[in-house]
Design a protein around this ligand. Sequence first.
Ligand code: ADP
Ligand code: MG
Length: 459
Amino acid sequence: MGEMLSLEKTWGAVMAGMKINVSEATFNAYLRHTELTGMGETGERWICEVGCGSGYIKSVLEQRYYGQLTEELKRVTGKVCEIKFGVTGKSLSTKINERSGTEELPLFETKKGDGAGRKMRLKGDYTFENFAVGGSNQMAYAAAQAVAKNPGGAYNPLFIYGGVGVGKTHLMQAIGHKLLEKEEERILFCSAEEFTNDLVEGIKNKTTEKVRAKYRKVKLLMIDDVQFIAGRATVQEEFFHTFNAIVGEAGQVVMTSDRPPAEIAKLEERLRSRFGAGMIVDVGPADLELRTAILLIKAKQRGWELPAGVARIMAENIAGLRELEGFLIRLETEAEMRKEEISEGLVEKILNVTRPTNGQAKIITPTEVFNLISGFYGVGVQQLKGDKRTRTIAWPRQILMYLLRTELKLPQEEVGRLVGGRDHSTVIHATEKVALVLQKDQVVHNQIDQLKRKLLISG
Ligand code: ADP
Ligand code: MG
């Protein structure tokens, strides 16, 4: 393999892989604060030293992500590695971002004069400037711009819906960035799942008032994947009042969802009508031109000029934007390891390896399946990975495992690992059970058909 990749590059590639495997929240909470501090050979084995931002992060990584990290390390370096975790005690977020050529805002932004720190997590590169516009997102883009220009104005709330990975979160956060530029700091971005958890915690710890104050005092509230609150009475009630409080103070609410309000089942009527009171826009899957343009933007952010022909081939072969991004990162690593220039030939080579036997080049990632199941059944990704065994969670989880096994053809162990570190026998049981029910129950049969179709056309 010639000379070693630098520690930083190696870890960058490992993190890029992890980003696809874990939720954004997990990544930001734990993995972002790590660095590879050393790598050496002792006898037969390779030992990697990984520095963590805190003792807590260290223990989480040791317990939950050891397997995934060693696998990624193996993929990147070609070596079987053992990891020794240490505590370096510093937040490494700036370092990581220097490397990827994008800057990220601090994880927690504290507003002056406000005792309670205001959480705000916008991705640094999710700006209007980095957003490519095409037929599929033109309307949504225009609406988002209008909202950024005049928050609390005519388009209130702004409701953006569309499939997985079409750019909804990016567009929503771009509004946040614009307001920050205008020195408006009363901004809050969170997923509906986080909103829910926050509220549940608040009720449990009798701090509901505090939670309320946090959400109601903002000028711009951005709720990602709002469909998640459907079917949850308390949360919907609370959200209704939050919504009214913000709009009542001329604040702006922006939401994203995987479907329009009218199609969100178990959504309270008063919320449905509120959601539709402003502007509803959809974002469709990006066409070839747009995918190419987005790739060029993403490459530029990483500091390289991607030849247009190369971008084109990638865009022709891969339909999902997240997969395209994943592929871009992979391309960088592969070029480095093979000591080859990035060329159309290299892309073809990697694509041929990746292309499934059925000739379809749509690469479905586990994350997509997680998001699909989460959206379809209204169960959070963390719940799917968690331990709760109530039927409303356990059944979607079993279907998730089934799809990961049968559609992505992942090994049992891998599926178990992805779904919260479960035993492979659990995976076998789940897969068999779903296969059985599938034969007997027409409703389930149709659901799974629908899920499979969604997987193939999403992105
Ligand atoms: P969604 O929230 O709809 O699932 P995301 O906003 O997470 O999708 O977008 C997935 C990825 O694709 C992100 O990296 C995002 O920056 C990128 N992306 C999507 N649409 C565009 C676009 N029009 N221009 C630039 N990047 C885009
Ligand atoms: Mg999103």
